[in-house]
Write a protein that binds this ligand. Structure first.
Ligand code: ZN
Length: 325
């Protein structure tokens, strides 16, 4: 039977979002809440169950294709298990079975970056593009690869971790335990550290003001806000981040020859100048593939993960039922 709705759940280190989504990507109902990150895996599962119940109330269960869920973790996509998770205590937790034992629907899990990529591919900035790369700049740096029209996850589904590509042999520590990875330069904590450094000096007054006058409290979003208001010091930090992003993506363009690079995540979506600077670096430094590539900001904002997770649930349902998209 051709069902009308799927539930998408986007689990982040800070927030969880869940939505009831129509086949064409219309969000019917959406709820958000804080992630009980320190209360253990069962508290997280309970929260997710409550949210699924809330968005599906009043909908006949036969109308629901299933539940798709994006997790900020490395997922073995074939086995549907959580292998590694830095921000939440979910490594080794059988999230899929735990959720399925309490709702009457099939659950499919994927990496959150892949879900955002699927969302942008199906309903957003990358609609109709067969070869693209998505990079999400938020607290962490995630991403997705779409090669030849499908998400590329690697042998087991652990791939496409763009944020953990090495760009500096002597670089700063990365939350994953490595050093000099893209995330160690472009994650929120790294940008906030640049901002705090500037704000502790006279020249960083505008950034300090954004943080209520206290340099110690400066966040990445304070830096972004000051830069959007025209502060030169904040703008320098944002453009330096754009340089790093561009340099990192030169290698990606040379390796994959994508047609499009979509930059998402809270930082990526609020900083057009960062994205423009990265595009300039690619244009100046990449090999011939630079002529094919366009660089754009993501279009779906916070909804990308929920919409992509729901699309995954529809796909899973349709292949199970032998239906074709
Ligand atoms: Zn890393």
């Amino acid at each position: 039977m051709r069902t009308s709705y799927a539930v998408g759940v986007d689990v982040g280190g800070t927030r969880i979002a869940a939505g009831l989504v129509e086949r064409k990507g219309r969000m019917i109902k959406e709820v958000r809440t804080l992630t009980p990150a320190t209360a253990g895996p069962f508290a997280i599962v309970d929260t997710i169950i409550g949210m699924i119940e809330e968005v599906t109330v009043g909908v006949h269960s036969a109308e629901i294709a299933g539940i798709g869920m994006g997790l900020p973790a490395q997922i073995d996509f074939l086995k549907q298990t959580v292998e590694f998770c830095t921000n939440l205590p979910l490594a080794g937790v059988d999230m899929r079975s735990l959720i399925m034992s309490r709702v009457r629907h099939t659950v499919v899990i994927d990496n959150d970056g892949n879900c955002a990529g699927i969302g942008e591919s199906r309903f957003g900035a990358a609609k109709g593009v067969r070869d693209f790369v998505m990079i999400t700049l938020g607290t962490g740096v995630g991403g997705a690869l779409f090669l030849d029209g499908a998400p590329y996850r690697g042998a087991r589904g652990l791939g496409a971790e763009i944020g953990h590509m090495l760009i500096d042999l002597d670089g700063p520590p990365c939350p994953c335990g490595g050093n000099g990875h893209i995330e160690s330069f472009l994650g929120r904590p790294a940008i906030a550290a640049r901002g705090r450094e500037a704000a502790s000096e006279y020249r960083g007054q505008a950034i300090r003001d954004e943080a209520g006058g206290n340099a110690e409290n400066v966040t990445a979003d304070n830096v972004v806000q000051a830069s959007l208001k025209g502060d030169e010091v904040a703008r320098e930090i944002v453009l330096a981040a754009g340089d790093v992003l561009g340099e990192a993506l030169v290698g990606v363009v040379n390796l994959l020859n994508p047609k499009l690079i979509v930059v998402g995540g809270g930082i990526g979506e609020s900083c057009p100048s960062l994205v423009e600077r990265a595009a300039e670096v690619i244009d100046a430094k990449a090999l011939a593939g630079r002529r094919d590539v366009r660089m754009v900001q993501a279009e779906l904002g916070n909804d990308a993960g929920v919409l992509g997770a729901a699309a995954l649930a529809f796909d899973e349902h349709d292949s199970r039922e032998g239906l074709h998209r």
